[in-house]
Design a protein around this ligand. Structure first.
Ligand code: PNS
Length: 161
């Protein structure tokens, strides 16, 4: 199979995301990291451009990766880019219900299959929203995100804690 999508908000990218992106890049010829253009822009911590720049830097060692934005339906973006598969990480049973529902909806809408990769256990508790919260109150997130992202979080929340 040629092209896979790894979709998400990536606000910001964590070691959990990176784990899934790296493993996807080993199984597919080409991987598009698809960053959703969030309609509730005010709720995002980082702008799309900042998220893209961080993703570019932390995936620079991978040579079959492209970072793109999308809005609207993921399956429309997948079709426009000739992607045959969507790849998602599953952290825990709590992810499963919603991810299964989305996978089935996307399959019904487009015929595109979703493949699940089990998150590496050391990252199974990680989410961007928790990382944002911990960083906002001055907690140490250096083991949860790449150094560049930890630096950007510290800069963003400097003086807030
Ligand atoms: O990182 P997130 O916020 O968990 O990512 C969720 C995302 C972007 C993968 C999901 O919300 C999505 O695919 N949105 C696009 C809109 C869409 O296609 N909706 C129908 C899905 S069944």
């Amino acid at each position: 199979m040629a092209t896979a999508l790894c979709p998400g908000s990536f606000d910001p990218v964590t070691h959990g995301h990176l784990d899934i992106i790296e493993r996807t890049s080993r199984h597919f010829e080409h991987v598009i990291v698809a960053v959703i253009r969030n309609p509730q822009k005010s709720q995002s911590l980082f702008s799309l451009e900042e998220r893209q720049e961080m993703l570019r830097e932390v995936t620079a060692h991978l040579h079959n990766i492209e970072i793109e934005f999308f809005k609207g339906l993921l399956v429309d973006f997948a079709k426009e880019h000739g992607a045959e598969a969507i790849v998602k990480g599953l952290r825990a049973v709590s992810d499963f219900d919603y991810e299964l529902q989305m996978a089935q909806m996307n399959q019904r809408l487009s015929g595109i299959d979703t493949f699940f990769i089990s998150t590496s256990p050391q990252h199974s508790f990680l989410s961007s929203s928790l990382v944002r919260e911990v960083a906002r109150f001055g907690g140490d997130v250096s083991s949860m995100v790449p150094p560049l992202v930890a630096k950007r979080l510290a800069e963003r929340f400097a003086g807030d804690a």
